[in-house]
Design a protein around this ligand. Structure first.
Ligand code: PMV
Length: 357
């Protein structure tokens, strides 16, 4: 943690502008349960997405007094500003230079607002990348140091956001089988069978409303959960199994493991105290339709869920047209306003523009 404290005060630009896009991600091995501050109770692994991303631009100028303005989709926003201020206070010890500027933050998402897709992973990672870009210039950070610190800072904003820094796969949380994996930031994982780089994620929007139980509370409820220790051990074993599957391209085992992880996550919710259910009747209808389709048509596809009612349908590109036809014919009826998003595994964030004066 000490490594991430920036003590340098000279060579920071007087003003500038930096813009990044950063994607959302979908976990295959789920992170559920944490210790302060944002330390995961188990390691997790996710596919980084391609189409669902946040674009964030920061204009900054030296200022005697710290000031910040936030614009979401071009309009000034105070609701999210509070969240960002809390986040900046949390990272102050690591990035004190932020408070020597006047900041103007412009942000927008490619996916619809209140679609039930968490924008925290893409939003926090895009913001972190912009902020650490300023530090990169002043402190001459190497590419590796830059990505590590951006992932570390993203984690302090929203745990799973730290995995979005890397594509096609991010791993977060110490695990003996993943080189340099640790609890403070995510690492990239690229040793995968080519079939997985073609994977599609069709996100079926079952419920676009706000969740009744936040992730923050859900994580907390793992603290006194009767099955938490077993779950953490299982996640560790499952990550080991997934590593082998990702190497050998065994889709049948992939399907079984990924679905089991998703249902275990929701089983943890249902056995928390107090218990809660985030799936909706249509979530279950979709799962049953998919299982039936897979069995009858022998199409390799599987479902996963994050902490919500929406379904992520994962499958290799080679069966895309067949799956999308099935989605149109059988699944859109279960989606709110018949809405779904077509995404795929992506390569991670992109720097769109930076200039410093
Ligand atoms: O990063 P958070 O606190 O929003 O938690 C994310 C939890 C899950 O999406 C359910 C699982 C995961 O690993 O992304």
């Amino acid at each position: 943690m000490q490594d991430f404290i920036c003590t340098k005060t000279e060579n920071f630009p007087d003003s500038g502008s930096v813009c990044w896009t950063s994607p959302s991600n979908i976990a295959l091995i789920k992170y559920w349960g944490k210790k302060p501050v944002q330390i995961p109770a188990n390691s997790s692994l996710s596919f980084t997405l391609n189409e669902c991303y946040t674009k964030t631009k920061i204009d900054f100028k030296k200022s005697a007094e710290f000031k910040i303005k936030l614009f979401v989709d071009g309009a000034e926003n105070v609701e999210f500003l509070e969240k960002i201020e809390t986040f900046l206070t949390r990272i102050k010890q690591f990035c004190p230079y932020i408070f020597t500027y006047k900041l103007s933050i412009h942000t927008e998402n490619t996916f619809p607002h209140s679609s039930g897709i968490a924008s925290s992973a893409s939003g926090m990672s895009a913001l972190a990348l912009c902020l650490i870009s300023i530090e990169r210039i002043a402190c001459k950070l190497s590419e590796n140091e830059f990505l590590k610190k951006a992932s570390f800072i993203s984690r302090l904003g929203s745990g799973s956001a730290c995995r979005s820094i890397y594509g096609p796969i991010g791993v977060w949380g110490k695990h003996p089988s993943f080189f340099e994996s640790n609890d403070e930031f995510a690492v990239a994982y690229n040793s995968i069978h080519p079939i997985f780089t073609t994977f599609q994620d069709t996100i079926l929007l079952v419920d676009k409303g706000k969740k009744q139980v936040s992730s923050t509370l859900g994580h907390q409820l793992m603290n006194n959960h009767p099955f938490s220790e077993l779950r953490y051990d299982q996640a560790k074993e499952n990550l080991e199994k997934l590593k082998k599957i990702l190497t050998n391209g065994d889709i049948t085992s992939f399907i079984q493991l990924v679905e089991s992880e998703a249902l275990t996550l929701h089983a943890m919710m249902m056995t928390s105290s107090p218990y809660f259910i985030l799936m909706k009747p249509n979530t279950l209808s979709i799962i049953h339709e998919i299982w039936e389709f897979r069995k009858s048509k022998k199409v390799p596809l599987c479902v996963t869920l994050d902490a919500g009612a929406n379904i992520h349908l994962l499958y290799p590109e080679q069966v895309k047209s067949q799956v999308l036809e099935f989605v149109e014919d059988n699944l859109v009826v279960f989606c709110e306003n018949q809405q779904y998003i077509c995404d795929s595994v992506g390569n991670g964030p992109n720097l769109l523009m930076e200039h410093y004066a």
